[in-house]
Design a protein around this ligand. Structure first.
Ligand code: SF4
Length: 403
C-alpha cells in the first residue's frame, strides 16, 4: 500500500471508531460461488470485539471525514481542527477486496461525513457497495451508514447491496438535536428509518433482497442530560415502530477542542452497560418500558446493580417464585436467571421436581437468584426481605455481568 493511501486509511479508520453500531448479528448466511469472493459464514465472522466492546473484524472506515454539518459532539464536524482525508470509491473497493483476500476482515462497515449534499454522499456510499457486489462478486458483509436527508430512491438502491443499513438517531429528543446537532432533522431521521423498515418488510414478503440483516441505530449517552429512562423509552419506541434489530448505546467521549456546551468527561462505562442490560430486558425478558423505567431512580439506572435486580428489589412482594410452578414470565424476572436458564428449568421440571442443586446446574448466577426463588428442598427463609439484600448482591465495580 502506498504511503498516501496508508495515511488516508489511518485518518479515516480513526475517524470511524466513534460509531459503535458495527455488529453483523442477524446477517443471513451466504457463501461465495465460483468466481465470487467472501462469505458471511464460518468462525470468527464479525464477532471480534476490542475490550471496550467495539467490533473489529470489519474494515470500519469513513469514506471521508470532511462534513458540511457541525454537530457539537462529533470529531468530524465542520469546525473541528482535525486532519482530513477522502477516499475515492475505487480506493475503498480495492482496500476491501485486498483485505478480504488476506483474511484481515470479513466485511465492510462504511460511513461518511456529508460532502456537497446528502444525495451526493449517499450515491458514493452506494457505489462502493454496488461495485463490490457487481464487479467483484463480493459476498462478505456490508453495513452502510445511510444519510437520512438523502433522496428515498438512493436509500432504496443502497438496500439492494448492503446487508444492513443504519441511521444514527444520536440524540433522542428534538431539543437535544436542536442544541447539539442543529443541522440534523429529527423528522427526516424518523422518516428515513420508516422508509427502510417498509422496504425491508416488502422485500421479505416478495422474497427479494433489501438490507436482509435489517437496520440498526446508535444513540450517544452522556453528551446531554437525557436520562436512561428516556433513552430506553426511545429505543422501545424504535423497536416497535420501525422494527430495528439493535440500538447501540455509545458513551460520549470528549473530543479534542470540543464545544464548550459538551460535558468535559465521559459518562461511566457502566452506564452504557446498564443501558444494554435494560435494552435486553425489553427485547428478551418481556419487560415493558414502564417496568424498566420502574427499575430506575429519577430516570437513571443504578451503577452497582443491574436493572433486573433493581426491579426485583422494588417488587419484593412478587418473590420468592417457585421454580417448579411459576410461569415463564415470572421466572424471567428472577435476578440471575437468564432466558436460556429459564427455558432449561421449564424443560427439566416436566420430568422432576427441581432442587436447588438442579437450579445451580442450569444457571451460572445462583448467588443472585437464591433470595428470589423456591426449590423443592429450599426456601429463602426471610432472605428476600432483608434490608441488606441490595448491598449483599451489588457488584464490585469491575465485575459487570449480564444478569
Ligand atoms: S453529520 Fe455526522 S459526520 Fe457530520 S458532523 Fe454530524 S455526526 Fe459528524
Amino acid at each position: 500500500m502506498d504511503e498516501a493511501l496508508a495515511k488516508k486509511l489511518r485518518i479515516l479508520a480513526d475517524a470511524a471508531k466513534y460509531d459503535a453500531s458495527c455488529s453483523s448479528s442477524g446477517a443471513p448466511k451466504r457463501k461465495a460461488g465460483k468466481g465470487e469472493l467472501g462469505s458471511t459464514t464460518g468462525a470468527g465472522i464479525c464477532h471480534a470485539y476490542t475490550p471496550d466492546g467495539r467490533c473489529i473484524s470489519l474494515l470500519k472506515i469513513l469514506l471521508t471525514n470532511y462534513c458540511l454539518f457541525d454537530c457539537a459532539y462529533c470529531i468530524n464536524r465542520r469546525s473541528s481542527n482535525v486532519a482530513r482525508a477522502r477516499f475515492s470509491v475505487q480506493e475503498v473497493v480495492t482496500l476491501t477486496v485486498e483485505f478480504y483476500k488476506r483474511n484481515y476482515i470479513e466485511g465492510l462497515f462504511l460511513s461518511s461525513g456529508i460532502i456537497k449534499s446528502p444525495d451526493y454522499t449517499m450515491e458514493l456510499l452506494t457505489r462502493v457497495a454496488k461495485s463490490l457486489r457487481r464487479d467483484h462478486g463480493f459476498r462478505g458483509y456490508i453495513h452502510l451508514k445511510s444519510i437520512p436527508e438523502a433522496s428515498p430512491w438512493l436509500i432504496e438502491e443502497a438496500g439492494l447491496y448492503a446487508d444492513r443499513l443504519s441511521i444514527n438517531v444520536e440524540l433522542p429528543t428534538e431539543a437535544s438535536l436542536a442544541r447539539l446537532a442543529p443541522e440534523k432533522d429529527g423528522a427526516a431521521i424518523q422518516g428515513a428509518m420508516a422508509q427502510i423498515s417498509e422496504r425491508i418488510v416488502e422485500a421479505k414478503a416478495e422474497r427479494r433482497r433489501f438490507s436482509p440483516a435489517g437496520q440498526s441505530t446508535q444513540v450517544i449517552v452522556g453528551a446531554d442530560a437525557t436520562t436512561d429512562e428516556a433513552l430506553i423509552r426511545k429505543s422501545a419506541h424504535l423497536y416497535g415502530s420501525v422494527g430495528l434489530k439493535r440500538v447501540y448505546y455509545s458513551a460520549f467521549s470528549p473530543i479534542p477542542e470540543g464545544s464548550a456546551i459538551l460535558p468535559l468527561k465521559s459518562p461511566p462505562l457502566q452506564r452504557e452497560h446498564r443501558l444494554y442490560q435494560a435494552d435486553w430486558l425489553i427485547r428478551y425478558y418481556d419487560f415493558s418500558p414502564d417496568d424498566v423505567a420502574d427499575a430506575a431512580d429519577d430516570g437513571m439506572f443504578s451503577l452497582d446493580i443491574d436493572p433486573k435486580l433493581a426491579w426485583a428489589l422494588k417488587h419484593r412482594h412478587r418473590f420468592p417464585v417457585d421454580v417448579n410452578r411459576a410461569d415463564r414470565e415470572m421466572l424471567l424476572r428472577v435476578p440471575g436467571l437468564g432466558a436460556r436458564a429459564v427455558d432449561k428449568i421449564i424443560a427439566a421440571r416436566r420430568h422432576t421436581r427441581l432442587r436447588l442443586e438442579d437450579v445451580a446446574r442450569l444457571s451460572s448466577a445462583l448467588k443472585r437468584a437464591r433470595p428470589f426463588l423456591i426449590a423443592a428442598d429450599y426456601t429463602p427463609a426471610g432472605l428476600t426481605d432483608r434490608l441488606d439484600l441490595r448491598s449483599r448482591l451489588a457488584e464490585p465495580a469491575q465485575q459487570l455481568s449480564l444478569f
